[in-house]
Structures are given as C-alpha cells and as structure tokens.
Design a protein around this ligand. Structure first.
Ligand code: AMP
Length: 467
C-alpha cells in the first residue's frame, strides 16, 4: 500500500514523501480512511507506531476546505514534550497548506501563547492545565470546533489530568468528531471513551503489553553498586550510538549524568526539575547527536521521538510495568531496530517479574565477565567498584540511597503496597512544579481503584490474560 491510495490530497502526500515515508504504517493504513470518513475512533496503539501522522494527515485534509483561521481542531496531550512534538508533526505534514497551529503548555510564559491565540489558529495542541488557564481568560472559543483528539489518555489518567479533561469536554460542541488514543485501557479511560465517543471504529494495532517489535531485550543481573561501572563498560564495549538511560528519580538522573560526564562521555539529564529551556536544549543536543547519552526519568518515556536511539538502558526498572514498554519504545522507532538493556539488582526482581508477565515473555539474561552477579553470596550490598580507580568508592552512599528509596516507596503506596502505580514519578514531578509543565494549582492525582493500574486491563470489550 502507498500513501497515494489513501485518499489524501496531493499536498499532504507530498509532505509525507518529503519525510521519506514510503508506506503507511498499519495504524495509518487503518485510521486514515476511517477518519476521512468522519468516524469517531479509538486507537489502541503501540508506542512508535506512527499514530501522530495517523490522525494528523486526515485532519489536515479536512481543514483544507473551510474558513481559516478558526479553531476547528483541538489536540489534548498529557506532557509538554508530546505537545511540542505533535505540533511539530502537524507543521511538517501541513507544510504545503496554509494553516495555523498553536501549542500551549505549562512551565513557560503565557504571553506568546496568548498572542498566538489572539492571532487565530486552526489547530490547537494543548496540555489540559494550561488550556484551562487560557479558557478562563476567555481566550479560547470552541464554536467552530469540529475535531477533538485525546492523545495518550492513559497517561492523562496517570498524571491526574482526567478531571481537567472532563472540564474541557463540557465546553466543546457535542457535534464533533472525536479521536481517542491510548496505549492501555484502564477502566477509567474506557469509561471516558464510552462517554464521549459515538459508535467509534476501534483500531488495535498491538495487544496491550506488547513491546516494540524490533527491540532486542536483555537483562543484566547486577548489584546496585556496580550498575554504573557496567553501564560505562557496555557503552564502550558495545560501541553504543545514541543511548537513552532511564533512572527512577531526578536525583539519580543528575548524579549518574555527572558520573558519566567524569568518564569523558557527552551526557545530559532531563527530568521535571529542569527548566523547560534546559530540557529543550538537552533534547536538541541529543537529536543532533552532539551528546551521546541522555539520562532521563519517566518523563521521557512517552512522546519523546528521537531517531537513531540505538540503546535504551533501564538503569533502574520502572515502578509500573507499563512504563517499561513506553521506555523501550523510544528505540526501534518506526520499524528500525534497537536494543533495550535492563540492569536489574536483586531488589528489582519482583518488578522484572511483573514486566515479564505484562509482555508475556521472559527476557533473556546475560552477564559480562567481571560483572557477574552471585546470588548465593548476595546481599545487594554494594561492593567495591570494579573501576574504582576512576572515582572514589560510592558504595556506602549507593546502599543508603537504595534503602531510603525503598522506604519512601512503601510510604507513598501506603496500604496499596501490592499495587504498582506510575504515580510515584508523576507525583514527584508535580511536587517540583509539574512534570507536564502544569501550574501547581492543578489537581493532584485522584484515587483510582486497583484495577485501573492493573497491567491486564481491558481492551475494548475483550479481556487479555496477564499471564
Ligand atoms: P509516532 O508513533 O507518531 O510517535 O511516530 C513514530 C515515528 O515514526 C516518528 O519518528 C515518525 O516520523 C515516524 N513515522 C511515522 N509514519 C511513518 C511511515 N509511514 N514511515 C516511516 N516512518 C514513519
């Protein structure tokens, strides 16, 4: 199949070809005709599947006729990174059209956004909190709205944005086309979809919990204290290209970045405590290839789209198994190949089991000579570093940190200990001024039942087994 056969206008096909896309991805092949036909849509799609073009191309086609500028399309996204990315995609695919796109998200000044809204837009991409701020100022009018896109609805839920989304929804015309995307379908997200979609076409590209298909996954069992040295060893030995390293906390991201920097690597860290300017700068440098290693918290697990990430490293496993899928989906974008490496300490074995249950496969394990892990003698106590000549031994500190984090996790989960939730990271971000760039007055994550966080949540009228 080619883009020429999808019923898209020549200007749009030209823009797609200029991006060197030869064939539509599966979600594009199925979503584009349905959206062009004016249907509501639920897209349950794997990360990196090309869903942005899947909804953007037919929307652009719709906007080619009619009055411009008038706000006809609203795209709601959970994070500012995704907002910036979606708006860039719209501009790229719409480069041969005369349409105005604006993007509004928190963490940056209001003035340019207000100006853009006043100038008039056709497509508005927004995070919910900042959009509500602008709505309260009377800057956004929806009388001409025709299409609503909700992207990464499950992430909206995780980040506590569903109440804001519902407030926005109340202001929108009932007569519209609604396109709803979510990687997973927890009951609360499913309920929202049921409420707002009219006889939707359901497109499910990959079974929930399926990992990006071209990613080679491997686990290195390793003591916490030796992770850093193993990482350095792997970056060098495997001659890794662009490496995205995930840590669980902002502090650890900064700490690891400076440790890697001391070994001469070109590194940056991104997380919710960094200013938007610093985050953008680091991402740009990573995209250009002028830094090799980007250390990130889960913030970057969704949305971030950097071509040529050869390796994703889980320096620490994520708290929520679903985030593993989003993290490793940062490599092997759009059918390319990539490697996902997880450094797993003994105290993370339970998380590893949850991940393997979710993806329905056992991840192969391997060791590197000099970095073997000996379970029978093991206490997870950090040992003297293999490469300790490079730096003083941080063993004591590493151990203390691990214990402190364990304690705080238990505390934050309270009586829901057995339920894993991505909330820890989100809550941290919000505490630091909002990972998604939302103002502090935005609602905290609300309580939702354990089923909402269970990996084996329902997918559109069907049940998947988690085992
Ligand atoms: P998305 O899932 O929308 O974040 O897209 C993932 C990546 O796939 C982005 O880098 C897109 O530029 C790229 N992409 C989207 N559609 C295609 C296509 N038909 N052929 C090749 N690459 C694509």
């Amino acid at each position: 199949m080619s883009f020429d056969t999808l019923g898209l206008a020549p200007e749009i096909v030209r823009a797609v070809k200029a991006k060197n896309y030869e064939t539509p991805t599966p979600i594009q092949a199925r979503a584009i005709p349905a959206i062009l036909a004016g249907q509501d849509l639920i897209g349950c799609a794997q990360t990196g599947t090309g869903k942005t073009a899947g909804f953007t191309l037919p929307i652009l086609q719709r906007l080619m006729t009619g009055k411009s500028p008038s706000l006809r399309v609203l795209v709601l996204v959970p994070t500012r990174e995704l907002a910036a990315q979606v708006s860039d995609s719209i501009k790229t695919y719409g480069r041969f059209l005369r349409l105005r796109t604006a993007v509004v998200y928190g963490g940056v000044g209001y003035a340019p956004q207000i100006q853009a809204l006043r100038n008039g837009v056709d497509i508005l991409v927004a995070t919910p909190g900042r959009l509500l701020d602008h709505m309260r100022q009377g800057l956004v009018r929806y009388n001409a709205l025709e299409v609503l896109v909700i992207d990464e609805a499950d992430r909206m839920l995780d980040m506590g944005f569903l109440p804001d989304v519902k407030t926005i929804l109340k202001q929108l015309p009932a007569q519209r086309q609604t396109l709803f995307f979510s990687a997973t379908m927890p009951p609360e997200v499913q309920r929202l979809a049921n409420e707002i979609l009219k006889q939707p076409t359901v497109i499910e590209i990959a079974r929930q919990g399926t990992t990006a298909k071209n990613v080679k996954q491997v686990v290195y069992p390793i003591d916490t204290a030796r992770k850093r040295d193993l990482l350095i060893h792997l970056i060098d030995k495997e001659q890794m290209g662009q490496v995205l390293v995930f840590t669980r906390t902002k502090h650890r991201a900064d700490h690891l970045a400076s440790q890697l920097e001391r070994t001469g690597k070109r590194v940056a860290a991104i997380h919710g405590n960094k200013s938007q300017a610093a985050r953008t700068k680091a991402l740009e440098a990573f995209k250009r290839g002028s830094i090799q290693v980007l250390v990130a918290t889960n913030l970057a697990a969704r949305g971030l789209d950097v071509k040529g990430i050869s390796h994703v490293v889980n320096y620490e496993l994520p708290e929520a198994p679903e985030d593993y899928i989003h993290r490793i989906g940062r490599t092997a974008r759009a059918e390319a190949a990539g490697d996902a490496i997880s450094l797993v300490a003994p105290h993370e074995r339970e998380q590893l089991r949850d991940i393997e249950r979710l993806i329905g496969e056992k991840i192969p394990q391997t060791t590197v000579e000099g970095f073997e892990h000996h379970p029978e003698t093991h206490t997870d106590a950090p040992k003297r570093s293999f490469q300790s000549r490079r730096e003083p031994n941080h063993a004591g500190r590493g151990r203390g940190t691990a214990h402190r984090e364990g304690a705080s996790r238990r505390f934050s989960q309270g009586s829901e200990r057995s339920v894993r939730t991505p909330r820890t990271e989100s809550a941290q971000h919000r505490g630091a001024g909002g990972e998604a760039g939302v103002p502090r007055h935005e609602p905290r994550p609300h309580g939702h039942g354990p089923a909402d966080r269970h990996p084996a949540a329902r997918v559109i009228g069907r049940r998947w087994s988690s085992n």
